[in-house]
Design a protein around this ligand. Structure first.
Ligand SMILES: Cc1cc2nc3c(=O)[nH]c(=O)nc-3n(C[C@H](O)[C@H](O)[C@H](O)COP(=O)(O)OP(=O)(O)OC[C@H]3O[C@@H](n4cnc5c(N)ncnc54)[C@H](O)[C@@H]3O)c2cc1C
Length: 450
C-alpha cells in the first residue's frame, strides 16, 4: 500500500514550521493554524494571523482565491465596500499602497475578488502560505479516532488533502473551516430530498444565479423559465431574467405563504440596495411580468416532449405546471460535514449551524436578517481549537453577512493568540434589515434579536 507522506510545509509555504521533526511534547505551538477555504472569511483569518505573526496555512480547492464568489461574480452585492473589507486586511493592504475602493459603492462579486481578495492574497506575509488546487478531504486528530478522549487535546490535527489526485497530510495546531456552503445546493424537491429524477434533469436545472446578461443569455432566450426559491438569490435571478423583456416567460415558484413575504424590509432596510432588491421585485410582480406560484411545494418532475412538468401542491391542491424549458434553483445551500466526520462537533439540529449560534439566526424563531455579532465563545466546538466560520457557521440559514464573518475571525484569532479579553469584545455594528418579526410562541425557548 502506498503511504501518505506528511507535507513539509516549511518547504512549500514559507512558514517557520518543520512539521516532521516535532515530538509529541509541546509541538502544538510550532505547528501552523490551518485555514480551509480562501474566500473572503478565510483570507480575513489569514490577515489577522499574519498581523499577529502567527504561522498559518490556507488550503483552497479552487485555482484562484474567492473561487465560490467568482461563480456569482456578475451579481452586484447589496452591501457597499465599507462592510465588505476586513479592517486588519485593509490595514495590511494600505501599507502596500493599495487604494481602498469607494466605501459607498456596491461591488460586483468578481470585483470583491479582483479588487480586494486577490490583492490581499498577494501580500508577502500571506502569499507564501496559500496552497491553491488543494482540497481538504478529511480532518482528524493524530492517531486518535473520534471516540478517544485521553490526550485528545494534546494531539495535533491531521488534514488529508487532495492535490491533483494525490493524497497528502498536513498537521496543524488549530483549524478554521471557512469552506462556505455554495458548493452544496439544496434540491428543489419540497421534501428537500435529492431524487434521481431531479439529478437526471441536470441539463435543464441550474443551481445558482446564471449570468443572463452575459455568457448564459442564449440558454434563456425564448424560453419558459421556472425560478424556484424565495430569497435574495431568486430575486437576483428574476431581476436578471426580466432584462430579457418579452423574450422570456418567468414563473416564480416559492414555498412562502404569500409573495409579499419575499420583499423584505424594502425602504426600511438599513442596507439601501438590499431593500431595493425587494422593491424592484415587488414592482415587477405587480406589473404581471412574472407569474407567481406560492405556496407551491414541488413533489415530482417529469420530462415530456413538451417540456418539463413540475407537479406538487399549490395552496394545498394538486397542481402541475407544464411546458417549462429551464429551471433555475435558488433554494438555498447546506454545509458539507463529510470532511469533519472525525471531529467532535456541536451542530444545531434544524439550521445545521454552529449550535450556540442557532437561536440568533433560526428563521423559525424570527425573521431578523440582522444577527447579533458574535465571536469565539459562541463559535467554540467540543473539539478544542476547531472552528467553523463564515457562511458555513450559519449552516442552512441564509442571512450571513461578510462583516459578521470578519468579526468571527477577529475574535477567534485573538483567542488562539492568547488575547482572551479582545476575543470576548464585540467590535461590530451591523446594518438592520428593517424586518424583525419574532415568533413569540417559540421566543420563550430561545431568544433572539437582542
Ligand atoms: C449571490 C450572493 C450575494 C451575496 N451578497 C452579499 C452582500 O451583498 N453582502 C454580504 O455581506 N454578503 C453577501 N453574500 C453572503 C456571503 O457574504 C458570501 O457568500 C461570502 O462569499 C461567504 O464567504 P465565505 O468565506 O464564508 O465562503 P465562500 O466565499 O463560499 O468561500 C469558501 C471557499 O472555500 C473553498 N472550499 C470549499 N470546500 C473546500 C475544501 N474541502 N477544501 C479546500 N477549499 C474548499 C471554496 O473553493 C471557496 O473558495 C452573498 C452571497 C451570495 C451567494
Amino acid at each position: 500500500m502506498k503511504s501518505i507522506d506528511l507535507i513539509d510545509i516549511s518547504s512549500c509555504c514559507g512558514t517557520k514550521t518543520e512539521t516532521k521533526q516535532y515530538s509529541s511534547n509541546g509541538f502544538h505551538k510550532k505547528l501552523p493554524v490551518a485555514i480551509i477555504g480562501a474566500g473572503s472569511i478565510g483570507l480575513a483569518a489569514a490577515a489577522h494571523l499574519a498581523e499577529k505573526e502567527e504561522d498559518f496555512i490556507v488550503l483552497e480547492a479552487g485555482s484562484r482565491v474567492g473561487s465560490n464568489i467568482l461563480k456569482w461574480g456578475h451579481v452586484r452585492l447589496f452591501s457597499p465596500w465599507q462592510y465588505n473589507i476586513d479592517k486588519v486586511a485593509k490595514k495590511l493592504l494600505e501599507k502596500r499602497s493599495w487604494v481602498s475602493p469607494p466605501s459607498e459603492q456596491l461591488p460586483l462579486g468578481k470585483e470583491i475578488v479582483e479588487n480586494y481578495l486577490e490583492h490581499l492574497s498577494k501580500l508577502p506575509e500571506i502569499s507564501p502560505n496559500i496552497l491553491l488546487n488543494t482540497t481538504v478531504v478529511s480532518i482528524s486528530k493524530r492517531s486518535t479516532d473520534k471516540m478517544k478522549t485521553a490526550n485528545r487535546d494534546q494531539e495535533p490535527f491531521v488534514l488529508y488533502i487532495d492535490q491533483q489526485g494525490e493524497t497528502k497530510r498536513i498537521e496543524a495546531k488549530a483549524v478554521i473551516d471557512a469552506t462556505g456552503t455554495w458548493l452544496q445546493p439544496n434540491p428543489i424537491n419540497a421534501d428537500s430530498i435529492w431524487t434521481k429524477e431531479e439529478k437526471d434533469l441536470n441539463q435543464n436545472i441550474y443551481y445558482g444565479i446564471p449570468d443572463v446578461a452575459g455568457k448564459d443569455r442564449e440558454k434563456y432566450i425564448s424560453k419558459r423559465v421556472a425560478v424556484v426559491g424565495g430569497g435574495h438569490s431568486a430575486i437576483n435571478t428574476i431581476l436578471e431574467l426580466s432584462q430579457l423583456g418579452e423574450q422570456v416567460e418567468i414563473y416564480w415558484i416559492m414555498r412562502k405563504k404569500k409573495v409579499e413575504d419575499a420583499y423584505g424590509g424594502e425602504e426600511k432596510d438599513a442596507l439601501q440596495a438590499r431593500g431595493e432588491l425587494g422593491s424592484r421585485i415587488h414592482q415587477i410582480v405587480d406589473t404581471d411580468k412574472v407569474k407567481v406560484f406560492t405556496p407551491f411545494h414541488i413533489q415530482q418532475l417529469n420530462k415530456t416532449k413538451n417540456g418539463i412538468e413540475i407537479t406538487g401542491e399549490l395552496n394545498g391542491q394538486e397542481f402541475t405546471l407544464q411546458g417549462i424549458d429551464e429551471i433555475i434553483a435558488n433554494t438555498g445551500t447546506r454545509p458539507d460535514f463529510s470532511l469533519l466526520r472525525e471531529i467532535r462537533l456541536s451542530i444545531d439540529s434544524s439550521t445545521e449551524s454552529v449550535e450556540a449560534l442557532a437561536p440568533l439566526i433560526d428563521p423559525n424563531l424570527h425573521s431578523c436578517g440582522t444577527v447579533r455579532p458574535h465571536g469565539e465563545e459562541i463559535l467554540r466546538q467540543p473539539e478544542k481549537n476547531f472552528y467553523m466560520v463564515g457562511m458555513k457557521s450559519y449552516g442552512r440559514a441564509p442571512t450571513f453577512l461578510m462583516a459578521t464573518g470578519y468579526e468571527q475571525v477577529r475574535s477567534i484569532v485573538a483567542y488562539l493568540t492568547g488575547d482572551i479579553d479582545s476575543s470576548k469584545r464585540v467590535e461590530l455594528e451591523l446594518p438592520e434589515t428593517g424586518v424583525c418579526t419574532v415568533n413569540t410562541a417559540l421566543q420563550s425557548a430561545k431568544s433572539c434579536c437582542s
